[in-house]
Design a binder for this molecule. Structure first.
Ligand code: HEM
Length: 407
């Protein structure tokens, strides 16, 4: 692991079925070899230590790959709807553009709006658990992802944004196809699927936008349409891009979080017993789920000037990826990082990012986890795994495609 070739092949393992199954020993090996790993073929620097990933997220030396960057480095990117979506989204914008957008969005996407969602979330949890009870009758083995982890966040974000229930079923695979774009190792077929998914989602939101402009409702899309900063307002393109991002960033990651948490809790019966005995531990349990097996595994930045990280020179323009999942298992930051401990003190994982791009929906995700885990284990005391789960074949968004359980 000390030679460059070893580091490069180890890095690639992360993006293979072995890495999708369990990236953590691979992160550990990379972190032990060097704080910064470089892959010459991908031409990307990778970070695995908590302190370095935190610097990447907060540091003024790093930028996100915005439109100007794409114009310079990705010829033909404007022919790909998925690339256009990504490079023009708030996620990939830089100040002052990002500052303007984020200010406008924050006026509509408020803590009060999230708090007002709570009764909807409780009702959504009850509904998916009713469906689980029905499907899992008589000890039948069912897929938890299909019945709970996917429909719950789609309903919650649908309620938040204003997508009617009857339209929500189509989203899973569309967003699944679109989100694969976040993996740095991508083939042409996957890219084409992402483009198609993006076009379908955009078409849907253009129509919904027209409806809400004509007849505003009590939902986030209507609030975003109405939001003003002085005379400044969001344009139609920005609105469609934003709600697509909220769906894209919001439900797949939460689907991943819910399933990862169920798996972690069921695999650590002592911790599950603690939670069952004291439901007030739910917030800590969700934070530990997010640290131990986060659904967002990486962030990407571009060096805005010549800089260095942990003694490694990083030239201006270099692509740097921070492995959030590796940072969250850094023994310099977390005691016994491989242990799942829902009462862990000073637990501040980097799974929701940091700095100016810190996740806008972290509270929406956390509340779902807290309500769901408590309700689920109270209602189904015999709930357990029933077969081999199947991981998703993607590293960036970690979760399960299939999680067989029985009640
Ligand atoms: C467990 C669930 C979630 C995880 C792990 C997660 C993770 C992240 C991360 C890592 C970032 C920053 C990426 C970067 O800096 O490059 C981010 C940004 C963002 N997230 Fe989340 N997210 C989750 C749920 C949500 C939800 C539920 C919503 C919306 C309802 C949401 C909306 C956003 C938005 C709009 C941004 C862009 C913020 C900006 O660039 O200023 N996320 N999320």
């Amino acid at each position: 692991m000390t030679t460059a070739v070893d580091v490069e092949s180890t890095l690639l393992t992360l993006f293979s079925p072995e890495g999708h199954a369990n990236p953590y020993p691979i992160y550990d090996a990379l972190r032990a070899a060097a704080p910064v790993s470089f892959h010459s073929g991908l031409n990307v620097y990778f970070l695995t230590r908590y302190a370095d990933v935190e610097t990447l997220l907060g540091g003024a030396d790093f930028r996100t790959p915005d439109e100007d960057w794409a114009d310079e480095h990705k010829p033909g990117w404007r022919d790909h709807p998925a690339s256009v979506f990504m490079h023009t989204s708030v996620l990939y914008r830089n100040p002052p553009d990002h500052t303007r957008l984020r200010r406008l969005v924050s006026k509509a996407f408020t803590a009060r709006r999230v708090e007002a969602l709570r009764p909807h979330i409780e009702a959504d949890v009850k509904r998916v658990l009713d469906a689980l009870e029905e499907a899992g009758r008589d000890g039948k083995v069912v897929d938890f992802q299909d019945i709970v982890s996917f429909p719950l966040p789609v309903s919650v974000i649908g309620d938040l944004v204003g997508v009617p229930q009857e339209d929500q079923g189509q989203w899973r695979w569309l967003v699944d196809d679109m989100a694969k774009l976040f993996d740095p190792v991508l083939d042409e077929e996957t890219h084409a699927k992402a483009d198609k998914a993006c076009e379908t989602i955009f078409a849907y939101f253009w129509e919904l936008l027209a409806q809400r402009r004509a007849e505003p409702q009590d939902d986030l899309l209507s609030a975003l349409i109405a939001t003003r900063d002085g005379t400044d307002a969001l344009t139609d393109d920005e609105l469609v891009n934003l709600v697509t991002l909220i769906f894209g960033a919001g439900f797949e990651t939460t689907t991943g979080m819910i399933g990862n948490g169920i798996h972690a809790l069921l695999s650590n019966p002592d911790q599950l017993a603690l939670l069952k005995a004291d439901p007030s531990l739910a917030a800590g349990a969700v934070t530990e789920v997010i640290r131990y097996d986060g659904s967002a595994q990486m962030v990407l930045r571009i060096a805005g000037r010549d800089t260095s990280i942990a003694g490694t020179d990083i030239p201006e323009g270099a692509i740097v990826t921070g492995f959030l999942g590796a940072a969250n298992r850094d023994p310099e930051r977390f005691e016994e990082p491989g242990r799942f401990d829902i009462r862990r003190a000073a637990n501040r994982p980097l799974t929701f990012g940091g700095g100016i791009h810190f996740c806008m929906g972290s509270a929406v995700a956390k509340v779902q986890g807290e309500i769901l885990y408590n309700e689920l284990f109270a209602r189904f005391p015999g709930f357990r795994l029933a077969g081999e789960p199947r991981r998703r074949s993607v590293l960036a968004m970690r979760g399960f495609d299939h999680l067989p359980i029985t009640l």
